[in-house]
Design a protein around this ligand. Sequence first.
Ligand SMILES: NC(=O)c1ccc[n+]([C@@H]2O[C@H](COP(=O)([O-])OP(=O)(O)OC[C@H]3O[C@@H](n4cnc5c(N)ncnc54)[C@H](OP(=O)(O)O)[C@@H]3O)[C@@H](O)[C@H]2O)c1
Length: 270
Amino acid sequence: MHPAAAGPTGTRRSLLAMSNRTAVISGASSGIGAATARRLAEAGYRVVLTARRKDRIDALAAELTGEGHSAEAHALDVTDRAAVDAFAAGLDRCDVLVNNAGGALGTDPVATADPADWRRMYEVNVIGVLHLTQALLPALTRSPSGEGTVVVVSSTAGHGTYEGGGGYVAAKHGSHVLAETLRLELCGDPVRVIEIAPGMVKTDEFALTRFRGDAARAAKVYEGVAEPLTAEDVADTIAWTVTRPPHVNVDLLVVRPRAQASNTKVHRER
Ligand SMILES: NC(=O)c1ccc[n+]([C@@H]2O[C@H](COP(=O)([O-])OP(=O)(O)OC[C@H]3O[C@@H](n4cnc5c(N)ncnc54)[C@H](OP(=O)(O)O)[C@@H]3O)[C@@H](O)[C@H]2O)c1
């Protein structure tokens, strides 16, 4: 067959495939998710913002659209399987999935922690990732640009523990294992699996959520730390891994502020 009869030429086909590249970001209503949405929009992706707070993602989508980017917002609770499936069914394309929705609840020791908190952390940090990944894997595998990418935002809590961290650490170890297992299982398929494990990131809500709205306790987390990571720092690492050529799989990227040498060793200025 003459090449022209087969439709657009190779170059044009790849331009078409690249022009509408779509990145879905969970937890895009604040912090790392919002910053990642912005970075990927700037990198030329059509960004699909999801979170439970629709007003927030609507505002960010409008802002990005106003700047000439392609962005849309869908309310989504990642722990609700039916909602995740309906969301995935309505999506025409997905090249990149950033599983960012998550968080911590409390710092109670194992001896006294509320099992309900542990369940909620497992639900959002592990089952939520499982839901979205399962629902979007067919689309990621069919990615017209051939760059199907699953990003899992775990944590350094997924790689080592600390006192009072039990429930969150257990859940983030779950996110880490999900990413590692998925990478093994997809070997040979055109989908890469990237895990980003941040250390201390000063975002508006992470510590506030952990301490159930207690702003003074939340502020203590970052007290004396000259330069914790910002949401933009983490978004930068995510965008860097995602924009490598599709054959390059950054398996795991651990990123901490210089002032944090481990989960338990943090330099604080007096
Ligand atoms: N900040 C840190 O120090 C740090 C360090 C390492 C890893 N991380 C991880 O990085 C990710 C983002 O953290 P962040 O600091 O940006 O915290 P954040 O500002 O509290 O963001 C958490 C996001 O998750 C969303 N979310 C929570 N539960 C959800 C659910 N059931 N369904 C859908 N979305 C849900 C929230 O949106 P809605 O409330 O609108 O749904 C919010 O957008 C989390 O996975 C966190 O564990 C954070």
